[in-house]
Each structure stands twice: as structure tokens, then as C-alpha cells.
Write a protein that binds this ligand. Structure first.
Ligand code: PMP
Length: 437
């Protein structure tokens, strides 16, 4: 396909994309670990698209399932009517999820899954007679999508400051980033517990009877792969239980094998009340999200004493046939190829490769867990993001796609990645770090 001459109509809001329009980098094809660019080059995908193409690109099982479904039953509503694949997918997901997460609500994205989870949490509290529990607690540097609820609980101030009050009654836990400590390999166990105790401080401030839920990413992804110190999530769980607060995990990135286990909840051995997923659910190919809840929550709506509480929620495309078919084929691919535990097998190799960048120019920290990692660069004084962005452009020119967030390079290759791909990604980063200012 040729590139249109006029690139103005498509509004790409991010600042970096202003630069893009002067020098467009476009993909026109993809297969397995690689993209094909408009100028005919192959680019190794070090990021699984946007952390979503976990099984690699254009996988036949998935693309055929989508084509077949589109030809057979293209759309069916999921209100009052249904179709078998959505139910089949829900069953498969519940089988895969940690014990105790027994029901699924379908959405079309991570952002919608977050909104769904927050609404379920508030409505659940009301349905069990805890209507005073309206406060929500997020975490600094948490990312929960771009909708109003998500930016309210999200911990990126710049994303919410132009929108006024947003959701009121939101507090943020401190983030879990321990600079220059490499929280994953050298964390101090007691530190995780101490950090989680910050939740007790917020509870004391507002009283538990006003707090509905806490939402965190098990590992904060898009703000730079911030891995919680040992004991952190377990302690959060304990404090939530003690005070009747729901715990929500946003697993949009950590779900579907990214950490080397099906979900972050499995990896850390901590089960939330509500689990938010999207991206890898359909291999990033068709928009779809799934929000898992415990039976306790589901039953309060469906069989509890106040089950007639109005909960008007659902999207036109929730559990639509084509997305459901894509989800089923994706789960089948993960299963057939053992991809959900591949991060555990390749994790040590990935870790060694990443950590070999520790002495490279500008590198101030390296972090990794499963098949996700970050290389943090010293920002250029007065010009934040410039150095990492320039590394991104140079790596792309050398045939490797990396992602940058601020001055952090993030890596999350498709789970089909092989050792030689990891070597190519890391060697390219080493080279470009030697070339950037
Ligand atoms: N939550 C998390 C943890 C995410 O990483 C993202 C997307 N990067 C979202 C929510 C939002 O997902 P989407 O872009 O599909 O709306």
C-alpha cells in the first residue's frame, strides 16, 4: 500500500506524533516477530505492538478464526440475545483465571475495562448496603487508560489536570519505584510491606467506611515497568480484606503471559476481587477487554437481597462474535505453544541480556520481570524525553522497534521471541546508546 500524500485529517494527539508527520514511519505488513515498513524493510518487534501482540503477528489460527466468524455470524447483540462464542470464551477465561474469579464482563478496550471495574466496585458496595463507600484509591504513576474514571484513579497528573475535578474522592498511594535499587532482583522484603502500609494511612485519614476499592497494576507498565518490592501486593490484599475494601488489579499489560504466568495475580500469588484485562486477550488484533469478578461480587448483583439495584452497563460490541472468535483462537494459540509460561523460561536470558546494558552510555537503571523490561536513561538537562526518543528513532532505522515512555526505553516482545531476537534488540540498543547525544 502507498502512503497517502495528506496526513493531516488523521489527528494523532501525542506530541511525538507532530514529529512523525514530518518523517512518517509506517508499517504495511507484519508476520510473527517482524513488521514490514512502507519502504520495504523488516523491523523486529521489541514491543508486541503496544504490549498486546503476545502471540506474534498475523498468526493463521487467529486470522482464520476472524475471517470465518465474519463470514458466518458477523454481529449479534449481547443484550436479551446472545451467541455461543461469547459464552464459550467466558468459560475458557474463567478456567484460565486464578481460582475465585468466576465471572466475566466483556468490553472493547483496556480503558473501558477500567471504567467497568470502577462502576462494578461502587455498585457492589451499594448493593451490599455499603453505599457510603464511594472513595477510590489509585497509585502514583498508575496508568488506567484515557477515560474519565481511568485518568481520575490514574497517577499521571499531566493526564488529568486540564479536566477539572473528574471523579471526586480519589487518593493515590505512593508509587513503587525504588530508584537505583532494582526492586525486582535486590528488593528488601520489608520495604514492600512498608510501602503497602501507606494504604492504612489513607484509611485512617478517611475512614474505611468511605472507601470502595483500590486499583493498581501489579507491575506499572506504561509508566516505566515499576516492579513492586516483595510482599507489597500481598500486604495490600490483607489491608483491603481487613477493611472491606475491594482490590482491583489492572492487568491490561500484565495479563496473558507477560510476566511468565497467565496473569500477574498468578505470578504474585495474590488474587484481586476484580481483574481488568484487554490487549493480549485477542492478541491485540481485535478490540476487546474482559473484566473478571469474584462470585461474591457477581452474586450480590444477581442473587443478593438487593439484586434489583439498577446497574445499567454494557457496550454495543460487548462480547461480539468476531472478537469472541479472536479471543478463543488466541487462547488456543497460547495453549498450543505454551506461550503463557514462556516468560518464565526465557526470563533469565532476557534479564541477563538487559542487565548487560548497565554500563552502556546514559543508562541509570535496568528493570525486568518475565518478558517485560525497562532501560532508564539519564535525561538531557532541560530536554526530557529527547534522548530516549532519539534512541527510538535510531533503533527503528536499524530495524528494531522499541518503545519509549519519558526517558525510559520499554521492551515487551511477543512471547514467541527467541534468544537471537533478544540479542538483536539488546545489541541494537547498545549501539544506539553509543550514538545518541
Ligand atoms: N490499563 C493499563 C494498565 C494499560 O497499560 C492500558 C493501555 N496501555 C490501559 C489500561 C488502556 O487500554 P486501552 O488503550 O486499550 O484503552
Amino acid at each position: 500500500p502507498s502512503i497517502p500524500n495528506d496526513l493531516n485529517a488523521f489527528w494523532m494527539p501525542f506530541t511525538a506524533n507532530r514529529q512523525f508527520k514530518k518523517n512518517p514511519r509506517m508499517f504495511v505488513g507484519a508476520r510473527d516477530m517482524r513488521y514490514r515498513t512502507a519502504d520495504g524493510r523488516d523491523v523486529l518487534d521489541g514491543t508486541a505492538g503496544l504490549w498486546c501482540v503476545n502471540a506474534g503477528h498475523c498468526r493463521p489460527l487467529i486470522t482464520e478464526a476472524i475471517a470465518n466468524q465474519a463470514a458466518e455470524l458477523d454481529y449479534a447483540p449481547a443484550f436479551q440475545m446472545g451467541h455461543p462464542k461469547a459464552f464459550e470464551l467466558a468459560n475458557r477465561l474463567v478456567d484460565l483465571a486464578p481460582d475465585g474469579l468466576d465471572h466475566v464482563l466483556f468490553t472493547n478496550s483496556g480503558s473501558e475495562s477500567v471504567e467497568t471495574a470502577l462502576k462494578v466496585a461502587l455498585a457492589y458496595q451499594k448493593s451490599i448496603g455499603q453505599g457510603s463507600r464511594t472513595r477510590l484509591i489509585g497509585r502514583e504513576r498508575g496508568y488506567h487508560g484515557v477515560n474519565f474514571g481511568g485518568i481520575s484513579v490514574g497517577g499521571i497528573v499531566a493526564n488529568r489536570k486540564m479536566f477539572g475535578t473528574l471523579l471526586t474522592g480519589v487518593d493515590h498511594l505512593p508509587h513503587t519505584h525504588l530508584p537505583a535499587k532494582n526492586a525486582f532482583s535486590r528488593g528488601e522484603p520489608q520495604h514492600g510491606v512498608e510501602l503497602a502500609e501507606e494504604l492504612e494511612r489513607i484509611v485512617t485519614l478517611h475512614d474505611a467506611s468511605t472507601i470502595a476499592a483500590v486499583i493498581v497494576e501489579p507491575v506499572a507498565g506504561s509508566t516505566g515497568v515499576l516492579i513492586p518490592p516483595p510482599g507489597y501486593l500481598k500486604r495490600l490484599r490483607e489491608i483491603c480484606d481487613k477493611h472491606g475494601i475491594l482490590l482491583i488489579f489492572d492487568e491490561v499489560i500484565t495479563g496473558y503471559g507477560r510476566l511468565g504466568a497467565p496473569f500477574g495475580a498468578d505470578y504474585f500469588g495474590v488474587t484481586p476481587d476484580i481483574m481488568v484485562t484487554a490487549k493480549g486477550l485477542t492478541n491485540g488484533v481485535i478490540p476487546m477487554g474482559a473484566v473478571f469478578t469474584s462470585s461474591k461480587i457477581h452474586d450480590a448483583f444477581m442473587t443478593g437481597p438487593e439484586h434489583l439495584i439498577e446497574f445499567f452497563h454494557g457496550y454495543t460490541y460487548s462480547g461480539n462474535p468476531i472478537a469472541s472468535a479472536a479471543g478463543l483462537a488466541t487462547l488456543e494459540t497460547y495453549k498450543q505453544e505454551g506461550l503463557l509460561t514462556r516468560g518464565a523460561e526465557l526470563g533469565p536470558y532476557f534479564e541477563d541480556a538487559l542487565h548487560s546494558l548497565k554500563g552502556a552510555p546514559h543508562v541509570i537503571d535496568v528493570r525486568n520481570i518475565g518478558l517485560v523490561g525497562a532501560i532508564e536513561l539519564e535525561p538531557i538537562a532541560g530536554e526530557p524525553t529527547k534522548r530516549a526518543f532519539s534512541a527510538f528513532v535510531k533503533a527503528y532505522e536499524k530495524g528494531v522497534l522499541i518503545r519509549t515512555t519519558g526517558d525510559i526505553i520499554a521492551l515487551s516482545p511477543p512471547l514467541i521471541v527467541e534468544k537471537q531476537h533478544i540479542d538483536q534488540i539488546v545489541d541494537t540498543i547498545r549501539t544506539v546508546l553509543g550514538e545518541v547525544d
